[in-house]
Design a protein around this ligand. Structure first.
Ligand code: ATP
Ligand code: MG
Length: 728
């Protein structure tokens, strides 16, 4: 009997097919960028469902970003059509952990303190504020013991699943002996607030599984098939989480690429991928070699760059795609010029003025930056020329003050014990609650073991607040009580409730009465926030989403350029990619350059590899000779990674109009030769007297940019090239 044809398997190559069809037992799919790992993983889920191996709820699929999870959901839905009901457990480690933890929150605790299912998820800002308070409570000097540093320490411990109880003594002595103590105090404080931070989501799950074998067994039985994308970036906690769950049915399929491991700084262990076969004896290892994403030039440039790294597993990659354009390289005077040029390029692509690529949708264009501060130049520029863009994976929108305030109102309405939210908004808008009033409330709350909201009621009864503050705070607590009841009431529409909260609290009015120029924008943002709520079932779901995703609502605007960090771009692809800011000190980062050894540099290089391999048709790398970093102008040299690109696959562009278009110096790539060679050659030339240098000096002083001592302008060549000199 002939087997029924399975349309979703068609078009896969034999290795991909093998990865899809090896359903039982552990499988590791190890392959380079764009070889169809994610596609194989997605097809595997479809295959599991179509073969009746599992119901959707019995499949657990872990992706690295929420965006990736959404895309995978869409793809599966497309593969399966209407044939299967329900969806697998598909999400990030964090979002799946939240779901698990909500069901067992009461089992997480310390002594009498327990989590409740309605727990809030704190973001970094809240986390830091909390730690500040704890540091102050111990009378430590905040300047010597910055909360940020403690936060980093605690995050690191959580990534390794070290609870206060099992923290090795040596580590507990960090922070001048205070580390362990502050960590324990912080964890207790979180429990009191009925809150968790990001690191807790994983760690609590693991400790839950370890302490309650029955609970673990339940989840092991449930998840018959486990699939993990971007496995190279799992940290210890995630690894333990996976191993515990996979020990049940042992049907675990991990896909990854050691060359794309870019989260070492956050505790990811590329070793996990190398250890897979040991951990799961009898594992099948499948490799893929054909790249389906990029042109040969893009692939060659990326492969040439990554070849500098030591200790790789090493992979062959090939493509039978049509040849395209070489990777383009261009230098600019400063980051503004860089943003301006990229804006013009995008308009040209969009307007169809590039014959080689044809008219391009803005959705097909991405700008990938090393550091998020680079985004500002692009955002400013694009706003001023009206080029629609979105920032992906960034906390930008939700980090705005008015959004944070509004969210604090929602958080308090959902979870009245959320003292951090209370502190943020108790006197916003002004209710006459001064430092003294707040202290009275805090004292009352502490004395009676109450939340600050309850403490306010008690303080009012005791007459601790007076005058305007008393009247206003009474109204505030009464309103909050009402909103809380409404938040719990399924019959109340949460979008209307949110709007009502902002109106009744006087928060909207505060901005309406504000005469500052940015007030209208803030009101628009609040509207946008309420609009974003519509996609969710209730306020809690929304708060969870924001805490987890911080993805800006993508809205309906038909076409937008995407701006994101290289880290956020992992797993994604775009026909046209711009890679700005390739300068030593920015990319690779100064931290990586200052480090002993090559570990940090190699990770930066992998990040560059991830960046280039996002491009399907055209990649453009750029650098600026001057950049304002933290308010200071600095001049810089092109990234050493520029030198490592294979010259035969790179085309060097000359900035249009040396000075006319405002494009200044900074071009330092001699016809494909190494940057430093040109730099030296040019430095020897007598350029101080050249008209080009004089113009450059003038230009620099007009812009208040630093003047360079060794200008290295080669004016004689037809297409004048420049290199950046040392800072005076
Ligand atoms: P990365 O390492 O960047 O995550 P990946 O290995 O996960 O990449 P995918 O994103 O799955 O790669 O695939 C890259 C592109 O190649 C996608 O557009 C995908 O649809 C396409 N592709 C994958 N396999 C095939 C195939 N057999 N035939 C045609 N196109 C394919
Ligand atoms: Mg992928």
């Amino acid at each position: 009997m002939a087997a029924r044809p399975l349309p979703y398997l068609e078009g896969l190559n034999p290795a991909q097919r093998a990865a899809v069809e090896a359903l039982e037992g552990p499988v590791l799919l190890l392959a380079g960028a764009g070889t169809g790992k994610t596609r194989a993983l997605t097809t595997r889920i479809a295959h599991l469902l179509m073969q009746g191996k599992a119901r959707p709820g019995q499949i657990l699929a872990v992706t690295f970003t929420n965006k990736a999870a959404r895309e995978m959901k869409d793809r599966i839905a497309r593969l399966l059509g209407e044939t299967v009901e329900g969806m697998p457990w598909l999400g990030t480690f964090h979002s799946i952990s939240v779901k698990i933890l909500r069901r067992h929150a009461e089992l997480i605790g310390n002594g009498d303190l327990h989590l409740k299912p309605s727990f809030t998820i704190l973001d970094t800002d809240d986390q830091i504020r909390l730690m500040k308070q704890l540091i102050q409570a111990e009378n430590l000097d905040e300047k010597r013991w910055p909360a940020r540093q403690l936060a980093g320490l605690i995050d690191g411990w959580k990534n390794r699943c070290l609870t206060p109880a099992n923290l090795p003594r040596g580590e507990s002595a960090a922070f001048d002996g205070w580390g362990g103590k502050l960590y324990a105090a912080y964890q207790d404080r979180l429990l009191t607030l009925n809150a968790v931070d990001f690191g807790d989501l994983l760690m609590h799950c693991v400790t839950l599984f370890q302490a309650h074998p029955d609970v673990l067994r339940g989840w092991q039985d449930r998840f018959r098939y486990i699939l993990v994308d971007e496995y190279q970036d799992t940290n210890v906690a995630q690894y333990m989480w996976l191993r515990l769950l996979a020990q049940g049915h042992r049907n675990i399929c991990c896909v990854g690429d050691d060359d794309q491991s870019i989260y070492g700084w956050r505790g990811a262990e590329v070793g996990n991928i190398l250890r897979f076969e040991k951990d799961f004896p009898g594992a099948q290892v499948i490799r893929l070699e054909q790249n389906y994403r990029s042109t040969p030039q893009i692939l060659a440039a990326a492969s040439g760059l990554i070849a500098t790294n030591q200790g790789r597993l090493g992979k062959t990659l090939w493509t039978d795609a049509e040849p395209g354009e070489p990777v383009r390289l261009i230098g600019h005077w400063d980051s503004e010029a860089e943003a301006r040029w990229i804006g013009e390029e995008i308009e040209a692509f969009h307007g169809g003025h590039r014959a080689s690529v044809g008219r391009t949708s803005l959705n097909d264009i991405a700008i990938l930056v090393r550091a998020s501060h680079q985004m500002r130049a692009f955002e400013d520029r694009f706003m001023s020329i009206g080029l629609p863009y979105r920032v992906i994976g960034g906390p930008r929108f939700y980090e705005r003050a008015e959004i944070r305030d509004a969210m604090a109102y929602f958080r308090l309405a959902v979870s009245p014990a959320d003292d951090l939210a209370f502190e943020r908004i108790a006197n916003t808008p002004k209710r006459g609650l001064g430092e003294k009033g707040l202290q009275a409330i805090q004292a009352m709350a502490r004395a009676r073991g109450l939340s600050l909201l309850e403490g306010t009621v008690a303080a009012l009864t005791a007459g601790d607040l007076s005058g305007k503050a008393a009247a206003n705070m009474r109204q505030f607590t009464e309103s909050m009580g009402r909103w809380h009841a409404d938040a719990l009431d399924d019959r109340v529409n949460h979008v209307e409730l949110a709007e009502r909260i902002l109106d009744e609290s006087g928060y909207t009015a505060m901005w309406q009465n504000d005469k500052s120029p940015d007030a209208p924008g803030r009101l628009d943002n609040l509207k946008e926030l309420v609009k974003a709520l519509e996609e969710f079932e209730n306020l809690q779901g929304f708060l969870e989403h924001v805490a987890l995703v911080m993805d800006r609502d993508e809205g309906e605007a038909a076409e937008q350029v995407s701006i994101m960090t290289l880290h956020a771009a992992k797993g994604l692809e775009f026909p046209i990619v711009f890679l700005p800011g390739w300068e030593d000190g920015l990319f690779p980062s100064q931290r990586a350059m200052d480090e002993n050894g090559t570990k940090g540099l190699e990770e930066e290089r992998r990040l560059a590899y991830v960046g280039i391999t996002r491009a399907e048709r055209l990649a453009t790398i750029s650098f600026a000779g001057n950049r304002r970093l933290y308010g200071q102008w600095q001049s810089s040299l092109p990234s050493r990674f520029v030198d490592e690109l294979p010259p035969e696959h790179v085309e060097v562009l000359t900035p249009p109009g040396l000075y006319g278009g405002g494009y200044g110096a900074a071009m330092a790539f001699a016809g494909g030769g190494p940057v430093n060679a040109l730099h030296e050659r040019a430095a020897k030339a007598d350029v101080y007297n050249s008209p080009g240098w004089k113009r450059m000096q003038q230009r620099a002083s007009e812009r208040k940019a630093p003047v360079h001592r060794t200008p290295v302008v080669i004016d004689a060549e037809p297409a004048a090239r420049f290199a950046v000199g040392d800072r005076v």
